[in-house]
Design a protein around this ligand. Structure first.
Ligand SMILES: NC(=O)c1ccc[n+]([C@@H]2O[C@H](COP(=O)([O-])OP(=O)(O)OC[C@H]3O[C@@H](n4cnc5c(N)ncnc54)[C@H](OP(=O)(O)O)[C@@H]3O)[C@@H](O)[C@H]2O)c1
Length: 365
């Protein structure tokens, strides 16, 4: 037992829920506090969490955009000699306005850092970020990347006393064995487009890598980092990414279509039509031609929906900059071993429902 308290923001999210399972499995914390944005997300988490997680996590509800309410937590919690704060709460939308992204990512990080200072004399801060961003020499593809990096710079410049350590991960998908994940960001809206709208064509660079990682591997690496922090071992920033083992877009789309076809066959449904990836320039030419010639024979999804979704993914389908894996303690499983489970889980949860996933296209993280 280290006697340290662990406080996790965003514990109900995709990464936080994965981490919670590791914390239930006997991590050496005196107390685990999980912060939820509201009662609804707290109750949903408690309803789906295994008994061991419910027994381990003390849930608190706080809107972390509210500075004074966040500070008040320090008075409400039992005093502790030592605290480790894992800040995983974020606005993960790729389409948020700069103002909304700054509030959810920069202001919230400042509020949580102020709370961390007030929690105990000896508090360490672990900031969860994205392998798709960096603080220096990076051209940001959206407000999410820009504000995640801004928050990291803020921590390093104004909160050095918390010895911030950064845990960055690439796009998180479901558990490597069960496919389970609590939220469908990242590649999932793309699955929704393919499954529900069956487009014959999509734009994208076939050879661009899409760095995906299963949530249990990410959570295990984060738990290992937390153990090192709790033990007072030397720590460096971690990037939980799959690097050169990541699938190329062509491989990912083919693998996803095959996995969807297996799930559809099991549900007694026909396989998807053939799906071809075309370069963006050709895609734009085809779109203009289809419009100009009013072609009806090629069934395409609703124009506005398609343009919105493609607009969100385009920066990543054209530019695959991502940080290389660093400081991880285990090897990420190969994507070909877990993609099927991730797709099957999503299919079981979402297929057949109206496209809510598409309405939240920007939530990609
Ligand atoms: N998922 C990915 O592919 C991915 C990839 C790279 C990096 N990351 C990073 O990993 C971290 C977690 O991401 P995620 O995918 O788990 O995101 P998520 O599923 O959207 O979860 C975000 C969490 O933030 C919490 N939150 C947001 N605003 C809040 C507020 N005002 N007050 C309190 N809590 C608030 C939410 O709480 P409630 O659930 O209670 O509403 C939610 O649990 C983020 O820092 C993200 O940048 C994620």
């Amino acid at each position: 037992m280290t006697g340290a308290r662990l406080l996790v923001t965003g514990i109900g999210g995709a990464v936080g829920s994965g981490l919670a399972e590791f914390l239930a499995a006997g991590e050496p914390w005196a107390e685990v506090v999980g912060v939820f944005s509201g009662e609804r997300s707290r109750d949903a988490f408690l309803a789906r969490a295994p008994e061991a997680v419910r027994a381990r996590v003390r849930p608190v509800v706080r809107d972390l955009t509210d500075g004074p309410a966040t500070q008040a937590l320090a008075r409400e919690l039992t005093p502790a000699r030592r605290t480790v704060v894992v800040h995983a709460a974020a606005n993960v939308s790729w389409t948020a306005s700069l103002q909304a992204a700054r509030l959810g990512n920069v202001q919230v990080t400042r509020n949580v850092a102020e709370l961390a200072r007030a929690l105990s004399a000896d508090t360490r801060f672990v900031y969860v970020s994205s392998a798709y961003t960096a603080t220096d020499g990076w051209e940001y593809r959206n407000t999410y990347e820009a504000t995640k990096a801004e928050a990291e710079r803020l921590l390093r410049s104004e909160y050095a006393d918390l010895c911030p350590v950064v845990f960055s991960c690439s796009l998180v998908v479901g558990h490597s064995r069960t496919g389970a994940i609590s939220r469908f960001h990242g590649i999932y809206p793309l699955l929704g487009l393919i499954e529900r709208h069956e487009p014959p064509l999509l734009p994208g660079g076939r050879d661009r890598r899409i760095d995906i990682v299963p949530v249990d591997w990410v959570a295990g690496e984060l738990a290992a980092l937390l153990r090192r922090v709790a033990n007072g071992d030397p720590v460096t920033d971690v990037v939980a990414a799959s690097g050169t083992a990541a699938p190329r877009l062509g491989e990912l789309v083919t693998g996803a279509v095959e996995a969807l076809d297996r799930a559809r066959a099991a549900a007694g449904r026909a396989p998807l039509p053939e799906l071809t990836l075309v370069p963006f320039r050709r895609w734009e030419f085809l779109r203009r031609s289809l419009d100009a010639w009013q072609v009806r024979g090629i069934p395409m999804p609703d124009r506005a929906l398609l343009d919105r979704l493609i607009g969100v993914y385009r920066p990543y389908f054209e530019d695959d900059r991502v940080l290389p894996p660093t400081g991880t303690v285990t090897v990420c499983p190969p994507w070909s071993e877990y993609l099927d489970a991730a797709v099957a889980h999503w299919f079981a949860q979402r297929a057949g429902r109206r496209p809510r996933a598409l309405a939240r296209t920007g939530d990609a993280g």
